[in-house]
Structures are given as structure tokens and as C-alpha cells.
Ligand binder design. Structure first.
Ligand SMILES: [Zn+2]
Length: 425
């Protein structure tokens, strides 16, 4: 897995930065666009397929050989991600085109060299105008980690008046197998009330703990953004509209990061966790509802939340897997019965009389699917030890709460909400 570190260039010499800016907005950007257009015509399968068509031209236009190769790779990446987006959602995406001061890709160590001076970290970038040395600032541990490892790619990124150095470091992840999992965490993403609800069980299906991350501020703030967006639209203030979109995106990303990080921190307390995420493909296509509800659901960042959970979980050594999410909130999580009722946030099973929060029920079903997945992976698909056991829990409506209180100190990131009382149970 690649981990990207972002550092700031410290007190750069304005002359040096002017050279880099000129390169980024001039030759580099133009040739990147040229390479992307060539990719459109030649449909390369790898970056090297593109090489014969563009390399000579890029060199003639003034890029050094290393920058020409970096340009080829960057153009191919843009082309490839466009192809993937086209596959999942045809006709909705513009063909890539680079504007403004574009980030410059660098190959390490050929076009960018990392070196140290006492107490300082420096990079040396080779440009067509000559070598430029820049001092990089940041957290000392992160800097040392990057400088000690052997990164292969970096980018010089321009944002307003500042210049940043982004560098990717390959992180070695432990190989995790689904077979030896001991804790199963089912996750339920929501639109209302709670952003994330998770429930951890052991291999026999006993509850170990619950996790709630409230979405109140999230929904409130997004509603606020939607209102101001509509007002700006009516007033025709398009520049401001662009700004507000960006602010909203930043807010959503930050909130999702908080939620997913605290979930992963909570999950760390359990032995060998299996994180079961719902496979939501097709969820948006199937929904037809009121305008308000549609806005909520269609603009809801399910996918980015799941992607964050995936990489954060993997880097903690969890096994992360998308499992079938269909009907996870309809079936009873204790007896598997399908004769169930739902009213608002409460869920009731008419077959065994179990009642709990509807999202908690969905999360428990996902955890159960994770148990089944592990058993199947270990070749014990028919094992009865993990069958649903209505017996021990009959009448114990608050099993999950009891489990929580018995674990006590384990659950420092849990936002508890009392289980809703359920009619008909
Ligand atoms: Zn039931």
C-alpha cells in the first residue's frame, strides 16, 4: 500500500519558485495535455505502450528525459482513472485536462534527490533550467521516516502562494487471512441519526460491543450548505458557489475522517478483527423517493467513507471485506427471521420478539455474514458452533448493552444511545 506524506517547502527562494511555477504552468502542463490526448487516440494498456508515440515529441518540446517519462506515467494514470470512471458511470465524466499550475511529478532519485543537512531535510529537483535545492519542513518523525525509506515518486504541488512536497512511501502491510479472525465487526452506514453504527461479535455470535457515531452535526451542517447553495444559485453568484462547494467537500471529508478513525481505534481493542462493510453497489440506482430524501442519499458520501475505512483498517492489520449488504436491515439478527417490523429507529422481530435499534440490527447482520465468510474460508461452512443461537439470549433484550457494561474500559470511543423501546415485542 502507498502512504502519501505531505510536507511544506520552507521559506523558498522566490526566484527558484518562479522557475518551478513557469515549468508547471507552461511546458509541463502543455505536454501533459498532449500526452493525455495521445492516450485517447492510442488506447494504451500500460504506461509503456504510450512511450513510442510521445517520448520524442516531449523531448523536442523541451522536457528532460526523466520529466518526459514522469509525464508519460502521469498522463497514463489520468487516462486510466478516466476509463475506470467511464466503466462505472458512463458519460458523466469529462476527459482529463490539466489547467493552471499543475503539480509536477518527479522520479526519485533521478529527477529529485533527497538529502540531509544537520537538522534539516532538503530536496534537489532537476529542471531544464538546472538543479534547484529546496528545504522541506514538517513533523520531524514523518520527515525522518520518509528520508530513511526509499520513496520512488513525489510531486511538487502549488496551492495559492505556497508550495508543497507530496511523497509516496510504500508501506508493508502484514498479510491477513480471513481464516484466523476472532472478532467480527459489522458496519452499517446511515443517512439519519448515526453516521456509523458498528457491532462486534465473537465467532459464536455473542455481542462484544457496539459503536455509534452520531451524524447530527453532519446533517445539520450539510443542510445549512444546501440552503446557502440554493440562495447563491438563485442570485447567480457562480464564483461564490464554487467556493461553497469546496468548503462543503472539506467539511465532509474531515467529518468522515473523524468517524472512521474513531471506529478503527475502537476496533483495535478486539483481537484479530474482521471488518465487514456493506457492498452498496446499485444502492443509488434503486432509490426513488422524495426530493429532500434523494438529495440526502445521493449526496451522501458512502463510497469515500468506505474507502477510508478500508485503508485505515488494512493499515491496522484488520481483515476488511465488502460483503453482500442486501436485506441486512430487514432480517432479524438473532433468529434470522424475516417477519419483522420497523418504525423509525426501532426494529422488532415478530418471530422471536427481539427488539433493538434498527441500525444495530443491520450491523449485527453484517457481523454475522462475516462469521459465515470466515467459516467458509476455513472450510467449515456447515459448522454448527456458529449457528444463530436464540436459546441463551431469549428474553435478554439488552444483551448488547450488558456486553458493553461488562467490557467497560474497552469502549472509550463509543457514543451510547439507549436502545429504543419497540412495539409488538
Ligand atoms: Zn427474531
Amino acid at each position: 500500500m502507498q502512504k502519501t506524506y505531505r510536507f511544506k517547502i520552507k521559506d523558498p527562494n522566490p526566484g527558484k519558485i518562479a522557475v518551478l511555477r513557469y515549468l508547471a504552468a507552461g511546458p509541463w502542463r502543455k505536454e501533459l495535455n498532449f500526452a493525455v490526448e495521445m492516450a485517447k487516440g492510442h488506447r494504451p494498456g500500460t504506461a509503456y505502450d504510450l512511450h513510442p508515440f510521445i517520448y520524442t515529441d516531449l523531448r523536442l518540446f523541451g522536457l528532460s528525459s526523466q520529466l518526459a517519462c514522469a509525464c508519460r506515467d502521469r498522463a497514463f494514470e489520468a487516462y486510466q482513472s478516466h476509463q475506470e470512471l467511464q466503466k462505472s458511470d458512463p458519460g458523466r465524466h469529462w476527459f482529463p485536462h490539466f489547467d493552471g499550475v499543475t503539480a509536477i511529478r518527479l522520479n526519485i532519485p533521478r529527477s529529485c534527490r533527497l538529502f540531509e543537512r544537520p537538522g534539516q531535510h532538503w530536496i534537489e529537483v532537476s529542471t531544464p533550467e538546472g538543479c534547484i535545492a529546496l528545504r522541506v519542513a514538517g513533523r520531524i518523525e514523518a520527515l525522518e521516516r520518509v528520508w530513511r525509506s526509499k520513496p520512488t515518486h513525489a510531486e511538487i504541488v502549488f496551492k495559492r502562494d505556497e508550495v508543497f512536497f507530496h511523497v509516496g512511501v510504500a508501506v508493508c502491510l502484514p498479510k491477513v487471512s480471513p481464516k484466523d479472525r476472532r472478532t467480527f465487526i459489522g458496519i452499517d452506514f446511515n443517512v439519519l441519526n448515526h453516521l456509523i453504527v458498528a457491532r462486534a461479535t465473537d465467532a459464536a455470535g455473542r455481542a462484544l460491543g457496539c459503536f455509534f457515531f452520531p451524524a447530527g452535526r453532519f446533517n445539520w451542517k450539510r443542510k445549512h450548505f444546501a440552503v446557502s447553495r440554493r440562495e447563491l444559485q438563485q442570485a447567480g453568484a457562480h464564483c461564490k458557489l464554487k467556493g461553497i462547494r469546496k468548503r462543503e467537500q472539506n467539511f465532509v471529508d474531515a467529518f468522515l475522517h473523524q468517524a472512521t478513525t474513531s471506529l478503527v481505534r475502537w476496533g483495535r481493542h478486539f483481537p484479530r478483527p474482521f471488518l465487514a462493510i456493506e457492498d452498496l453497489s446499485g444502492i443509488r440506482a434503486n432509490v426513488k423517493a422524495s426530493r429532500n430524501w434523494n438529495r440526502k442519499l445521493h449526496s451522501w458520501p458512502f463510497r469515500s467513507g468506505q474507502a477510508m475505512l478500508r485503508y485505515k483498517g488494512l493499515s491496522e492489520g484488520f481483515f476488511v471485506k465488502q460483503l453482500r449488504g442486501a436485506f441486512s436491515s430487514r432480517y432479524c439478527s438473532r433468529c434470522g427471521g424475516r417477519n419483522t417490523r420497523r418504525s423509525g429507529a426501532s426494529f422488532a422481530c415478530l418471530e422471536c420478539g427481539y427488539g433493538l435499534n434498527v441500525h444495530l440490527n443491520g450491523a449485527a447482520n453484517m457481523a454475522w455474514r462475516a462469521v459465515r465468510y470466515t467459516l467458509a474460508a476455513a472450510g467449515r461452512a456447515g459448522d454448527k458452533t456458529a449457528e444463530r443461537q436464540p436459546g441463551p439470549y431469549a428474553g435478554d433484550r439488552d444483551a448488547t448493552l450488558a456486553a458493553q457494561s461488562s467490557l467497560g474500559g474497552h469502549l472509550d470511543y463509543v457514543f451510547c444511545k439507549p436502545l429504543t423501546s419497540v412495539r409488538g415485542s
